[in-house]
Design a binder for this molecule. Sequence first.
Ligand SMILES: [Fe+2]
Length: 336
Amino acid sequence: MSKLKEEIKSKDAAQEKLEIYLRTVAHIGHVEISVTNFEKSLWFFTEVMGLVLTESEGDRAYLRAWQDFDHHTLVLKASNTSEVNRMGWRVSSKESLELFENQLNEMNIDYQWVEGGRKKALGDALHFKSPSGLPIELYWEKELFVTDDPMLKSNLPSHPSKYTGKGVSPRRFDHVNLMVNDVKKEQQWWTDLLGIHHRYYIQNKEDVRLGSWLSRTNIAHEMALMRNSNQDGAAFHHLAYYLDSPDELIRASNLMAENDIKIEWGPGKHGTSGAQFIYVIEPSGHRVEIWTGGFLIFSPDWEPIEWSSEVGQLGLEMWGSTPPETYLTYGTKIGE
Ligand SMILES: [Fe+2]
């Protein structure tokens, strides 16, 4: 008898496996950031980046890229500090949320339920923090983007809104990147609790983990964790939107220069993901990455790839540039 058959003979073991299967996230959905210069940041994300403003209400604006199917992938909130307030992950089934609640209770992790409707376009959500204090939001229900505006409505059913070519005009929201003191510990927690696969990582000569890249879907990463070289806690490093081609990345670089937006680093190419990038600082101080390319992962038993200290530099940038000091030390705050 195979090992699996032996295991599923036990109802408890089968139940446990089913629970773990159901208790997982499906994909990253959105990021909410507070901004000190709301008007200027909104201008940057709508006019320079070319994101679509789904709606604004009070001190918040809800934005998405032209082929983001959801109501929003980015929330801007007016504030007197620039920080990340929440990273939203959709869970893999309706049942997942309660299974996660059970698991959080077992692990003695504090959490709060946020009732559906209290947050724009979202159903019930579960809020809690990672060991490094990263604010997580799990949800199942989220409204899709729909419009009757002839300026936005596309003839193509696969396009939730028209490709207008306005500003950078990225196709979709891609990932977030956070700095933490202990990358290895944080990565293991995200993989063990949330089922987000570990894709690749960089170790230094002293065998300290400098970075880990994780995803639940087949893109190279939906979240990155980088070692905070200041070792002063967690910080928000960047959010990223995806473009179709290197031509568009060069066009985006020109648009940044013309609009007085500082390009911190790039264009360059990460060896790890194979993606080409620029990093810019938006008007309230958050770092934003625009990128294109990168490999996809299809294997269900993927083993994380190690980039050792000998090849680590190629992983960071393979054409010869080195990141400015700020890239390794600067981030915005993590919200309460
Ligand atoms: Fe990135």
